[in-house]
Design a protein around this ligand. Structure first.
Ligand code: NAP
Length: 346
């Protein structure tokens, strides 16, 4: 294959990843997938999987063009087309009757119901299949889905801000560490995540809203762990108009209909119960925003997939030690005066 053709294939697949990411929040426990259709040298359609249980990326991309245009075209899809009846009919059937004669894929679907069957079926139906284009980026886009499939829990992102001398706050004191520009980025992360979680002390000391006020998009669902029901019934957090899941060892009633209360089994490990319950509630991702004890508990139980640490050039001299990860960050990003370190687990 000539170099220009290879380069074009990679570029088009990158475009699939970019549009796949637009659906990252709404697809919940479904994978984020993008597709585009090329005829000759022209992209004639592109679309992505837009919401949980909704039409797949291939279906959306195909539905906006005529069957005449589809004849002898190629489709690029970031994930192998499905071959089974799930919430929607198999995409391979649609492709085989469409006139498309070449399907270019990045990753094989890790879902045991697919795992190569889509490719097999396409090939046996006479469609040429090329797989493995930009596989590494494809796997990165699929990370949340792979975690959900493997562990039956949401994708867990730990996030905290720390001072240059390694503190995340002070006991019983509300301290602001990150800069306004980092705060804005954090709100973008909130907009991209299904839920945001904090421990009881953080609610008691910081009195946070846990909402997305500085970026486009919706609020995540708030998740609060408070086993001993220590958070006061008059805490302002109970009056916000934001959907909230409250986990405690005791049954607690709230007047706010947006708060759902879940009782933990005291004998079992609380975090495992909580994350399994979130998965059953179709929560695909959790941004764990502290405090220190909750983040450490997640780390100690290997219940994390990514960590985003904001390091601000301020010294607190004493206070609560920030959690520490044993590995080096996969990458660092400078944002104004703050530095952000990104870690990936497993
Ligand atoms: N800089 C930052 O990014 C940042 C972010 C948030 C908070 N903070 C600061 O952090 C401080 C609060 O942190 P904190 O460490 O005191 O409290 P915290 O993490 O907010 O609260 C402790 C949480 O850990 C849970 N927990 C304790 N042991 C556990 C275990 N073995 N397994 C599972 N869960 C367990 C507790 O559950 P129970 O309540 O059920 O016991 C509670 O939810 C505040 O000063 C706040 O300002 C800083």
């Amino acid at each position: 294959m000539d170099l220009r053709k290879k380069h074009l294939e990679r570029l088009r697949m990158r475009r699939c990843f970019d549009i796949a990411r637009l659906g990252i929040r709404a697809v919940k426990t479904n994978p984020a997938v993008g597709a585009l259709i090329v005829k000759g040298d022209t992209i004639i359609s592109e679309d992505y999987h837009k919401n949980f249980g909704g039409p797949h990326a291939e279906v959306n991309a195909i539905s906006s063009i005529s069957s005449r245009d589809l004849a002898h075209s190629s489709i690029y899809v970031s994930l192998e087309p499905c071959a089974h009846y799930g919430k929607t009919p198999p995409c391979v059937d649609l492709l085989m009757g469409s006139g498309i004669d070449h399907c270019i894929i990045s990753s094989i679907d890790p879902n045991p119901l697919v795992q190569g069957r889509g490719v097999e079926k396409l090939r046996s139906g006479g469609i040429k299949v090329t797989e493995g284009i930009n596989r590494l980026i494809g796997q990165e886009v699929l990370r949340p889905f792979k975690v959900q499939q493997k562990f039956k829990r949401p994708y867990i992102i730990l996030k905290w801000a720390q001072s240059l001398d390694g503190f995340l706050g002070r006991k019983n004191e509300r301290i602001k560490i990150s800069s306004p520009v980092s705060d804005r980025l954090v709100h973008k992360w909130r907009a991209e995540t299904d839920s945001i979680m904090v421990g009881s002390n953080t609610v008691i000391i910081d009195n946070p809203h846990l909402s997305n006020r500085l970026y486009f998009g919706e609020n995540p669902v708030r998740v609060i762990l408070d086993r001993q029901a220590q958070i006061s019934p008059s805490a302002p957090i109970w009056t916000d108009q934001i959907r909230t899941f409250y986990f405690s060892n005791r049954k607690r009633k709230f007047h706010n209909p947006l708060i759902e209360s879940f009782v933990l089994n005291e004998v079992k490990e609380p975090l495992l119960q909580l994350f399994s319950q979130l998965y059953r509630l179709n929560i695909g991702s959790v941004l764990v925003e502290g405090g220190s004890t909750l983040v450490r508990a997640c780390m100690n139980q290997d219940l994390w997939d990514e960590a985003r640490v904001i390091i601000s050039p301020v010294n607190l001299n004493h206070g609560l030690n920030a959690p520490a990860l044993a590995t080096d960050p996969a990458r660092r990003q400078q944002l104004g005066r703050d530095q952000i370190a990104f870690y990936y687990h497993q």
